[in-house]
Design a protein around this ligand. Structure first.
Ligand SMILES: Cc1ncc(COP(=O)(O)O)c(C=O)c1O
Length: 456
């Protein structure tokens, strides 16, 4: 039988059976998580501190006892090799020792004062050294960083419109929560409590389509173009060679600011994707792992942009700028960022991650070949994604067409019940500095067993 047909017919039934069996097995293996899940329902919506923690498709959330390096132990004392790593928050491993020490020491010296800690100049220098941008502002989340950069961009340019790509995700920033329907940009239907039309000031076009970008930018109405260097939230969509460089040329030509959100693409090399590909942007956003997993993010910009930001602020009437939150840049996060950037996110750490990611990529591809599956592994440095298409998608439409919720779910649950955690929904795998050859072998072994079951 042709592989695609196999994927459409036999896999579906097998995936559904697998999901049922694995949910039963989860219940047997995790009595304490099941109990905690019931208890949590007393005080939490959906029984979890954040409602999406319940979206993993397990009969109860998997409660964590402790996490260290590339491993964690669940409430039922089972251990897992973690390739989800907090969806990038723990990309440098759980509780990296230098960060744990910095936090311990800082914990006796104060958490937050609304004043800059003495470490501030050092942290600014570490951000500049690592990401190649001279000027910085700190925020608590990457969502906030993106939100604030959009404000600055509009204030600097005096323009209102924002260009993004179909399938983008930049955190819960309202302006970016759009979809394309019948060639029109509209508010994403799933948004709760959304009262105004997001398509009024935001336009989304296809990733990897420079002509569409030029068509929009040439109107002269766009304050900025916000994108990841590769889309990582609708499956993984890498940029075609020259695409991001093309965006730089077009944004400069039409007076639009280019913002690269490197929150996930920080996996592609020390300093992020843009630095490693010699692209000069107006702003970059970094978040998630920069404080070793503590809530922290930052946005960087050029000296020229800094001058424009200052004059926009100086010329604005006195009062709230709409930019900032009370706990951003607090003493605790400064200590954690400093330790992460100077002692954890090192070239040696990245080179270990890439070496093991090579082994993982080769091993996964061998398994796909062995079972004649028309799927691919899309790679961005230490980040790998299993996609149900023959080669990496060109844009979000292609990525969506390749998605298969049941298959993803079946594979994810099968691995989880055998002590290997992938990121749910899109089966993403991250390799951290503490991941070992044995961890990779374990993933490959269990993935092979899973494919054997699905195809057998
Ligand atoms: C590319 C990108 N930017 C920003 C964010 C927002 O990060 P946070 O949820 O930490 O605010 C995410 C979250 O997944 C992301 O994928």
């Amino acid at each position: 039988m042709h592989s695609i047909q196999l994927h459409e017919n036999i896999f579906r039934a097998k995936a559904i059976t697998m999901i049922e069996c694995e949910r039963e097995l989860f219940t047997k293996l995790h009595p304490i998580s099941m109990q905690l899940g019931n208890k949590s329902k007393e005080h939490y919506l959906y029984g979890v501190p954040m409602h999406w923690m319940n979206d993993w498709g397990t009969p109860s959330p998997l409660f964590v006892r402790q996490a260290h390096g590339a491993q964690f132990i669940c409430a039922d004392n089972l251990s897992y090799v973690d390739f989800c790593l907090g969806d990038t928050g723990s990309m440098f491993g759980h509780s990296p020792e230098p960060v744990a020490q910095a936090i311990e020491q800082q914990a006796r010296r104060g958490f937050t004062t609304m004043l800059p800690d003495m470490l501030a100049p050092q942290v600014g220098a570490a951000l500049a050294e690592q990401f190649g941008m001279p000027c910085w502002q700190l925020t608590t989340t990457a969502t906030d960083a993106n939100r604030f950069v959009l404000r600055w961009a509009r204030a600097i340019t005096g323009r209102k419109k924002l260009l993004v790509f179909d399938g983008c995700y930049h955190g819960t920033v309202d302006d970016t929560m759009v979809d394309v329907e019948d060639d029109q940009t509209v508010s994403r239907a799933s948004l709760l409590g959304q009262t105004f039309d997001l398509g009024q000031f935001t336009v989304a076009v296809d990733f990897n389509d420079l002509a569409a970008v030029e068509r929009e930018l040439s109107t002269g109405e766009f304050a900025c173009l916000l994108t990841e260097p590769a889309l990582t939230n609708c499956g993984m969509v890498p940029a075609l060679p020259g695409f991001i460089a093309g965006l730089r040329v077009l944004t400069q030509r039409y007076g639009t600011l280019l913002i690269l959100d490197e929150t996930h693409t920080i996996s592609s090399g020390r300093g992020g994707w843009a630095r490693n590909h010699d692209i000069k942007t107006d702003f970059i956003v970094v978040g998630k792992p920069i404080a070793g997993g503590l809530p922290a993010a930052a946005y960087g910009f050029s000296n020229e942009i800094a001058v424009k930001m200052q004059s926009a602020k100086d010329e604005a009437p006195a009062g709230h700028s709409g930019i900032g939150t009370t706990l951003s840049g607090n003493m605790m996060t400064l200590a954690a960022i400093n330790a992460t950037l100077t002692q954890v996110a090192t070239l040696e750490a990245y080179s270990h991650m890439f070496k093991l990611a090579d082994t993982l990529e080769n091993g996964l591809n061998e398994k796909l070949q062995h079972y004649s599956l028309p799927w691919c592994i899309t790679r961005l440095g230490a980040r790998l994604e299993l996609q149900f298409c023959k080669s990496a998608p060109l844009n979000a439409k292609e990525a969506r067409a390749s998605q298969d919720e049941e298959l993803e779910h079946a594979i994810h649950l099968f691995l989880l019940n055998r002590g290997v955690l992938l990121t749910p929904f899109h089966n993403m795998m991250l390799v951290c500095p503490s991941t070992s050859e044995e961890d990779i072998s374990r993933l490959l072994e269990v993935f092979g067993e899973c494919l054997n079951k699905l195809t057998g």
